[in-house]
Design a protein around this ligand. Sequence first.
Ligand SMILES: [Zn+2]
Ligand SMILES: [Zn+2]
Length: 388
Amino acid sequence: MLSVSPRRCGVAGMRSRQRMFAAVMRLLLKCLRLGRRRRFKLVRQVEQLWHYGRLCLRSLLYNSFTNSDVVLDSLFEPVYWLVDHVTRWFGVVFVALVIGLTSSIVAIVYICLLPLILQTYTPAWICWHLAYGHWNLLMIVFHYYMAITTSPGYPPQAKDDLTGVSICRKCIAPKPARTHHCSICNRCVLKMDHHCPWLNNCVGHFNHRYFFSFCLFMTMGCIYCSISGWDMFRDAYAAIERMKLLEKERLQVAANQTYYQTPPPTFTFRQRAFHKSVVYLWVLCSSVALALGALTLWHAALITRGETSIERHINKKERQRLQKKGKVFRNPYSYGSWNNWKVFLGVDVPRHWLTRVLLPSPHLPHGTGLSWDLPPCVTEQRAPLLAI
Ligand SMILES: [Zn+2]
Ligand SMILES: [Zn+2]
């Protein structure tokens, strides 16, 4: 029998443990090296995917004109879509509202105020109120009717007839100077100013004058009603307050029958309707005069500068851009403040101030809206126009 000494056994065991430890360490290091390689590979793949995605996105969206405005517009696109659709479908409701409210004011004037004016005013004042009131009403009705029924003007469908200066992204068709796409009408409009929900129509080259004249005469009518009805409004307001007080007293007497008090006199239905109508007329007219007056002033300022509402924004940006370069921007469609008004109103000779401005006139504006030549009424000769 072989006998192995315990010392030898101990040495052999220690060596095998060392070998095993070294093998485990080698395996561990190998795993770590492998893991690091895989990790690097994964990071590289993610980086490649990120770069590829970014390139795809940029190639799809990149445009040299892209700026913060375009990004904001894109973000608000769902809101615009909703507003466009609501405006399109509610246009008829808005028109009905304008007709309904105006008719109610006219009815109150004829039923409640006119008999009072005829009974109490002097003949001179009666003549003034009858003449001015009816002229103003005629101008409001004529210009509103023309503004809603006149087409603002569209570029021709046949593309050969047109010398467009740009292409409409929505219509994929040439767009003449000053023409813009209306997302509510879903077509291009010549010299577009804005889409007016109160007209359920776009305001463009052929109905811009009707729109402005309507705003002006409506504001004048509301101011006229507010000023001439001020005393009546104060009386009617005081009467309504008295009416409320008497109603309160009457209820108290009815609740406490033991006192046998005489009930206070009550207002008749006719009196109540009269006072409430006068208050309604004054509140509505003064509110419209303020709101529409501000809008009319804004449009008057634009007409003086020879700009539309849309061009106001375009020209402002262009002015700032050129200012940075040390240049001065000149609006190619402005002929000077006075001439701009003459061109806008279609005043060629002095008598047109009476026949075309102070009386209802269906005359057409200067030009076709496709090209912008110098109007004949503009005496000042200028350099050939440039289109934006
Ligand atoms: Zn278009
Ligand atoms: Zn429109």
